[in-house]
Design a binder for this molecule. Structure first.
Ligand SMILES: Nc1ncnc2c1ncn2[C@@H]1O[C@H](COP(=O)(O)OP(=O)(O)OP(=O)(O)O)[C@@H](O)[C@H]1O
Length: 313
C-alpha cells in the first residue's frame, strides 16, 4: 500500500487532502549530553515550498534527518504523511532527500545514478531528467569521484527535481553551483512545482536568492523554532523608516523597533508592521519608507527573538 496520495489536475501524485505533510510534536534529538533539536512542534503543510533557515549548527540537517527517517528522535512524536518515517518503506518511497554530502558507490558514474533513480522514485520523469542533464551539463560517463564540486551538486539537484517526490528536501543544494546554474535550479524548480505541486523543503543560507520561491519560512536556532510564518505575512511585517534622526526617532518612539542604523543626522530604523494610517503619518512627517528584504527581516527578527529567548532562559 502506498502512502496516501491524490491526483492533481496535472495527473501527478501529491499528498492527500489537507493533512499535514509533516507533523512534529515535542520532538527532541540529543547526541550524548548535547541537545541538537529542542522540543520542536512544527507542521509543514502539503503543496508548498518551505524555507528551512538558520545559522550554522542551528539544527537544520539534524531536523531533516529525523523527518526523512535517517535518525530516531530522542523524544516526541514525528509523523510524515501521517506515519512514523523510520524504517517505513511506505513513507520513505515518497521522500527525496538531496544533501551536499551524498555518497555514491566508488565506481559509479552519473548514468548509474539516473538508471537507478526510477527504482527509488515512482514519479521519476526520465525526459525531464534528460533535459536537466543537458542544461546543467553533467557528464554521464565520468566517475562521480572525478566530477567537479558544481557538477556533483548539479547531479543532486537533477535527482531532486526529476524525482517529483511528494516530499523533497534540498539541503544546501547550491554548494559549488555557479550563479547561472543556481538560477537554472530556481527557475526549473518553480516551473516544475507549478505543474506538479508537491511539498518542498529548501535549506539554504542564500535567503535573498530563494526569497521569491518561498511560501513558508521556518527559522531554527540552537535546536528551537524561532520563526514559523508564511513568507507573504513576513514580507509585509516590517518596514524601514528613513529620514532626519529627530523625525525618525519621534515616529518610531511608540513602535516595535527591530533594528537601528544611521549616520550623522540621518537615521534608518526597521519597525514592525505599519498599517495605512502609519504610512500616511510617515509621509506627512517627510519620512521615506523602504521595504525590507526577506534576508534582512529574518536576520533582524532572529536577533530580537534570540535576545528574548536568552532573557527568558
Ligand atoms: N552525530 C552528531 N553527534 C554530535 N553532535 C552532532 C551530531 N550531528 C549534529 N550534531 C550537532 O548538532 C548541531 C546541529 O547540527 P546540524 O548539522 O543539524 O546544523 P545545521 O543547521 O545543518 O548547520 P549548517 O548550516 O552549518 O549545515 C551542531 O551543533 C552539530 O555539531
Amino acid at each position: 500500500m502506498n502512502a496516501p496520495t491524490t491526483s492533481t489536475a496535472h495527473g501527478t501524485a501529491a499528498p492527500a487532502s489537507i493533512a499535514p505533510a509533516v507533523q512534529l510534536t515535542g520532538v527532541s534529538k540529543r547526541f550524548g549530553g548535547f541537545t541538537a533539536i529542542d522540543d520542536v512542534t512544527l507542521t509543514l503543510r502539503p503543496g508548498r515550498i518551505h524555507g528551512l533557515l538558520g545559522r550554522n549548527g542551528a539544527g537544520k540537517t539534524t531536523l531533516m534527518h529525523l523527518i526523512t527517517g535517517q535518525d530516531f528522535a530522542s523524544q516526541g512524536d514525528l509523523r510524515v504523511f501521517g506515519e512514523k518515517p523510520t524504517e517505513n518503506a511506505r513513507v520513505l518511497q515518497n521522500i527525496c532527500f538531496i544533501k551536499e554530502s551524498q555518497r555514491y558507490p566508488d565506481d559509479w558514474q552519473p548514468k548509474h545514478v539516473f538508471r537507478s533513480a526510477p527504482w527509488f522514485f515512482e514519479h521519476w520523469d526520465e525526459e525531464f531528467a534528460g533535459q536537466l542533464i543537458d542544461e546543467f551539463r553533467v557528464p554521464l560517463n565520468r566517475r562521480i569521484k572525478k566530477l567537479s564540486r558544481g557538477q556533483l551538486s548539479a547531479l543532486g539537484v537533477i535527482v531532486g527535481l526529476a524525482s517529483r517526490a511528494p516530499l523533497t528536501f534540498f539541503d544546501e543544494p547550491y554548494l559549488g553551483l555557479d550563479a547561472v546554474a543556481r538560477q537554472l535550479f530556481y527557475d526549473r524548480l518553480l516551473e516544475d512545482y507549478a505543474e506538479h505541486p508537491r511539498t518542498v523543503v529548501l535549506s539554504t543560507h542564500l535567503i535573498d536568492e530563494v526569497a521569491n520561491l518561498l511560501e513558508h519560512v521556518v527559522v531554527i536556532d540552537q535546536g528551537r523554532i524561532l520563526m514559523d510564518e508564511d513568507a507573504d505575512v513576513l514580507r509585509g511585517s516590517a518596514t524601514t523608516v528613513v529620514g532626519p534622526r529627530t523625525a525618525v526617532d519621534a515616529f518610531v518612539a511608540s513602535r516595535e523597533v527591530l533594528h537601528r542604523d544611521g549616520i550623522g543626522g540621518l537615521a534608518s530604523v526597521t519597525v514592525a508592521g505599519l498599517g495605512p494610517a502609519d504610512r500616511a503619518e510617515a509621509a506627512s512627517a517627510g519620512l521615506e519608507l523602504a521595504p525590507v528584504s526577506l534576508q534582512q527581516l529574518i536576520v533582524r527578527k532572529t536577533n530580537v527573538r534570540e535576545t528574548e529567548f536568552e532573557q527568558s532562559a
